[in-house]
Design a protein around this ligand. Structure first.
Ligand SMILES: [Zn+2]
Length: 170
């Protein structure tokens, strides 16, 4: 189900929605105080560079597809207003307005800021078939996508690791 959805979303994004390509100079006309184009960090050239740049916890989650213990992450109960970026590369991923309390123990969102900001990949590890969510820019692991989210908001639950995210306040 998710595999098919991914294909559709990727297709529509490529043809209709390319905000990064139009600006590029940093002088965006976004009404939001948080400029998604700013805050992007250069990608690391090697695994050793990622290891050096990230904290051990961030590295384990982002570059080794680890999962932090439930209720241990710093953003589980956060209601602050802002933009959640990829902790590895600064890619804007989730708006705080789509965050909800899922009681899962991990920060949960109903959607990404744009479908092309994340990659959805079939994950057959640990004897389960799940949909892995990665940053589309640096391909770091972020968490998993489930279909038990709030129905009124589309029914999806992006179950993320706090260690994979950086909240930029608005
Ligand atoms: Zn990233």
């Amino acid at each position: 189900m998710f595999g098919r959805k991914k294909t559709e979303e990727t297709g529509s994004v490529a043809s209709s929605d390319a905000p990064a390509a139009s600006g590029g100079t940093g002088t965006a006309t976004e009404p939001s105080a948080v400029d998604p184009a700013e805050g992007l960090r250069p990608l690391a050239g090697s695994d050793a560079e990622w290891r050096e740049r990230l904290s051990p916890e961030q590295y384990a989650v982002l570059r080794r597809s680890g999962t932090e213990r439930p209720f241990s992450g710093k953003y589980v109960d956060t209601d602050a207003d802002g933009l959640y970026r990829c902790a590895a590369c600064g890619n804007p991923l989730f708006d705080s307005r789509t965050k909800f309390h899922s009681s899962s123990g991990w920060p949960s969102f109903t959607e990404a800021v744009a479908p092309d900001k994340v990659e959805l990949i079939e994950d057959r590890s640990h004897g389960m078939v799940r949909t892995e969510v990665r940053c589309a820019r640096c391909h770091s692991h972020l968490g998993h996508l489930f279909d038990d989210g709030p129905r009124e908001a589309g029914g999806l639950r992006f179950c993320m690791n706090s260690a994979a995210l950086d909240l930029e306040g608005r």
